[in-house]
Design a protein around this ligand. Structure first.
Ligand code: ADP
Length: 218
């Protein structure tokens, strides 16, 4: 069954989230105070309506508590975003995801009822910095402060070598969990004798510092 989402604030972030959820066949209600934003979104979400989310009665009349998840992505107006979360919480919305501009804003949003606080600007900056510092890293998932899973590009110079030749576990204490070939096929739990092909990507798990050393292939 499709899930029902409401996105409050259809700026760059809210709009991208709303469209992604709608493309994945979910019901998405877009809400914005600005009429132009609503006009732009008429055909790219299920419904788009003009409303001020700091008005409790409007939110009640929309039936906001019936949505599985409400995403609050009001831009620079911290006061409006905090007040919106207070109202959603009061009205009994179970899952409230709110965008924070900074740490203090995030702490307040959690205290007044946000179930999840996201920091898209900070997170994107950290991801980009991480990739810039280790050019072979394509993507990563942080498992904890210390450990992560990362996708690492194989330099052309290593094509034809086997996993035994690379000897990544002994050299860097990092484990290869899969290889993704250029045609998109995945080899899960690859064999030690498997040879690396051109444009292969290895998916590894280990300590962040060990992976950083490994990704230089030196
Ligand atoms: P970003 O691009 O960083 O996501 P923007 O400032 O462009 O942020 O977008 C925030 C959106 O939130 C704007 O479209 C704005 O009209 C909307 N918004 C601001 N206050 C309210 C409110 N009280 N109720 C509904 N929408 C609001």
């Amino acid at each position: 069954m499709p899930k029902q989402y409401a996105v409050i604030g259809l700026g760059r972030f809210g709009s991208a989230i709303a469209q992604a959820l709608y493309s994945a066949n979910n019901e998405v209600l877009g809400i914005d105070i600005n009429e132009d934003r609503i006009d732009e979104h008429q055909d790219i979400v299920s419904h788009a309506i003009i409303a001020d989310s700091t008005e409790e009665l409007s939110m009640r009349n929309i039936g906001i508590r019936n949505f599985d998840t409400v995403i609050v992505s009001i831009g620079d107006n911290m006061q409006a975003s905090i007040l919106t979360v207070v109202i959603l919480h009061e009205l009994g919305v179970k899952h409230i995801v709110a965008k924070a501009l900074n740490k203090h804003h995030g702490i307040v949003l959690s205290k007044v009822g946000a179930t999840e606080v996201v920091y898209p600007d900070r997170d994107m900056a950290l991801r980009i910095a991480h990739k810039l510092m280790t050019p072979n890293i394509i993507d990563y998932i942080e498992l904890s402060e210390e450990y992560s899973i990362e996708e690492v590009k194989i330099p052309d110079a290593l094509v034809g070598q086997s996993l035994i030749d690379l000897d990544i576990r002994a050299k860097y204490n990092v484990n290869i969990i899969a290889i993704r070939h250029a045609n998109g096929k995945m080899a899960i739990a690859p064999e030690p004798n498997d040879q690396l092909k051109l444009h292969d990507i290895i998916i590894v798990i280990g300590k962040n510092n060990d992976i950083k050393r490994m990704a230089k292939f030196k």
